[in-house]
Structure formats: structure tokens, C-alpha cells
Design a protein around this ligand. Structure first.
Ligand SMILES: [Zn+2]
Length: 180
């Protein structure tokens, strides 16, 4: 079985690269979902264990639900224990990634807010404005949002007009990316 043939290190590298997402159905590790590594080019046809040939797949997508039901063999106690351990390790690693992603997004949001705060020598920024910055970061690259804020703070001298101008630049960028 592919799961035992690939080392834990490689397996988790593949999971991380794919964001702990089953590439077929998008499932994340949970109490009911166990992730496995699937060979894009099957081993039987000469596929290798190189990262390039491996993708994250949930158990159901990897084995095919129907086939699993027909051929399922009772697990030994050791196999069950190993599966529980694997499941817990996957859930833990997945949450670490989510937490790191959230932290990074917070840092990015504040570094853009700081450009605005410093420009107007303020102590803080309205919560709604922070929320706007976060929305733009969800839809644009960090550097695009940063550039928009730098342009707005350079051009506009009134505080609220400046933020409006910043939002305008960002929405235009989003529209351009989505297309007409
Ligand atoms: Zn799946």
C-alpha cells in the first residue's frame, strides 16, 4: 500500500505542499478523514516516490469508496493504533498551518495599517478599516495592497479620503483580475 511505502517525512511534505487538502475533493484531515499520498503516475506503471509524482488524497478518493467496501480487511490492533496516531499527527500539523497562515495574515494586515497610521500620526485605526485591509489581502497579493496604500498616502492629504482612495485602487485591481 502506498501509505506505508512512503516515509512520514515525505508524506507530510506532500500534505504541507498541498495545504492538507485532498486534491480531488478538498477534504481536510478530521476525525473521519484520513489523508494519504496518491501516485499521479501509478507505481505499477513505473511511477516513482518523487514529490512531483505524489499528491494529497483523502482515503475515500485514493482507494475508491466502493472498492474499499468490497475488499476491506479487518485491521489488527497495531494497524488501528498506527492509524489513530497518523490521524492525530495530521490534524495537529493541519492546525499548525492554519495558525501560521492566520498569524502571517495578521502581520501583513498590520504592516499595511501602519503605513496609514504613521502617515496621519494616529494612535490606531478603525476596526472597519482593518477589516477592509484584510478583505483586500484575501483577494490580492500583499505587494499590490501595500502599493495601493503607499500611493494613497502619498497622494491624498485628508484622512478619510485617503482610505477611500486606497479602497478604490484595490477594488480596481480586483476587478481587473476578475476580468470584464
Ligand atoms: Zn478526497
Amino acid at each position: 500500500m502506498s501509505r506505508t511505502a512512503i516515509s512520514k517525512k515525505v508524506r507530510f511534505e506532500v500534505f504541507k505542499r498541498d495545504g492538507f487538502n485532498c486534491v480531488y475533493c478538498g477534504a481536510h484531515p478530521s476525525e473521519t478523514v484520513l489523508l494519504e499520498v496518491d501516485h499521479v503516475h501509478p507505481v505499477a506503471e513505473g511511477g516513482t516516490n518523487d514529490m512531483d509524482n505524489l499528491v494529497t488524497a483523502c482515503c475515500d478518493c485514493n482507494r475508491g469508496k466502493g472498492a474499499e467496501l468490497l475488499t476491506s480487511v479487518p485491521q489488527s490492533i497495531e494497524e488501528k493504533a498506527a492509524e489513530v496516531q497518523e490521524r492525530e499527527a495530521q490534524i495537529r500539523a493541519f492546525y499548525e498551518i492554519l495558525e501560521a497562515r492566520k498569524q502571517r495574515r495578521d502581520d501583513e494586515m498590520w504592516s499595511i495599517a501602519d503605513i496609514y497610521i504613521e502617515r496621519f500620526c494616529d494612535d490606531g485605526i478603525l476596526r472597519t478599516r482593518l477589516a477592509s485591509i484584510r478583505t483586500f489581502l484575501d483577494r490580492l497579493d500583499y505587494y499590490e495592497v501595500q502599493e495601493a496604500m503607499e500611493t494613497a498616502t502619498r497622494k491624498i492629504y485628508s484622512k478619510s479620503a485617503c482610505f477611500k482612495y486606497f479602497c478604490g485602487i484595490c477594488w480596481n485591481k480586483i476587478k481587473r483580475e476578475v476580468g470584464p
